[in-house]
Design a protein around this ligand. Sequence first.
Ligand SMILES: [Zn+2]
Length: 151
Amino acid sequence: MKYPKYLSSLLTIVAAISLTFTACDNDDENTFAAPKINLTEVGIDNSFQCSPGHDLHLEADIVAEGSIKRIDIEIHQEEEGSFEIEKSYTEGKYIGVRNTEFHEHIDIPQDAPLGSYYLHFIVTDQKGQQTTAECELEMVEDNGEEANDHH
Ligand SMILES: [Zn+2]
């Protein structure tokens, strides 16, 4: 097929422009890796234990190229029951940043049954990409050692 010269250069320009736009779109869609979570400490000294009526010391390194939109923490019983503790962070120092050192103390209700639990640590970035880190957690009787608590 043979186009008049002006038309073929017009087509070239159109093609170049749409290619540029496509490249931009790709950048937006694919450049950001899903969030990465490293649970560095669950319970004091990584004990993976907590007690009813106390708080759970929790530390994690988070890297989210797409910026953190929210952090959700779920702690629920493994099999014995359906007791669940939920905590969400949707504003504050962890939100809108690309990497952070998470350090919070999650309140454990007085009536939390003892036994095995799962902890889910969920990070969602501004693109809606979600990563979950999980570990097991033991709900144990308070041994009265307040000295172990820190702030
Ligand atoms: Zn702490």
